[in-house]
Design a protein around this ligand. Structure first.
Ligand code: CUA
Length: 172
């Protein structure tokens, strides 16, 4: 009906409501980038390192994995070797004294699992054939569950263990 032959090129109008949302999305992006930068450089957040490669078919039989568990390295430093398999972690329990620094080395012998240590910033993806490594300090006595947070099959929900941090009495 309308005769458009003589009409001027219509100006592109953006709805104010849409404009507001475009603005908010840009602000959110900037906040996210700032968060990642601060976490990585100022707060020292670590990305789970791909520490080394192992053969998932034989890793459970070769040291140090053939004896999963905690190793006392002295000076309050510990190494924890953890095997993930459907549907359990080996070991199911790790005990360390308060004030220890523990480096976790976690691998899988079957499928992809997760390793999340509650009340810490440890949260790793566990990929068969690779060793995931993160270090955490336990300053307070207490118990931290480690749970598989990546769906790995029917028994996924039963896959957990715990780190027990024992109070040290007196000075050390
Ligand atoms: Cu292992 Cu979910």
């Amino acid at each position: 009906m309308t005769d458009t032959s003589t009409a001027e090129t219509p100006k592109l109008e953006t709805d104010p409501y849409e404009k507001r949302w475009m603005f908010i999305s840009v602000v959110i992006l900037i906040v996210f980038m700032a968060t990642v930068t601060v976490a990585g450089f100022a707060l020292g957040f670590q990305v789970p390192g791909d520490e080394s490669r192992v053969d998932p078919r034989t890793v459970a039989d070769s040291p140090p994995w053939s004896e999963p568990g905690i190793r006392d390295l002295g000076n309050g430093e510990y190494a924890a070797y953890v095997i993930s398999r459907q549907y359990l972690f080996q070991p199911r329990e790790i005990t360390v004294p308060e004030g220890s620094t523990v480096t976790f080395y976690v691998t899988s012998v079957d499928v992809q699992h997760g390793f999340k240590l509650q009340d810490t910033n440890v949260n790793m993806q566990i990929v068969p054939g690779e060793v995931s490594k993160l270090t955490v300090e336990f300053d307070e006595p207490g118990e931290h569950l480690y749970i598989c947070n990546e769906f790995c099959g029917i028994g996924h929900a039963a896959m957990f263990g715990s780190v027990i941090v024992e109070a040290t009495t007196g000075g050390n």
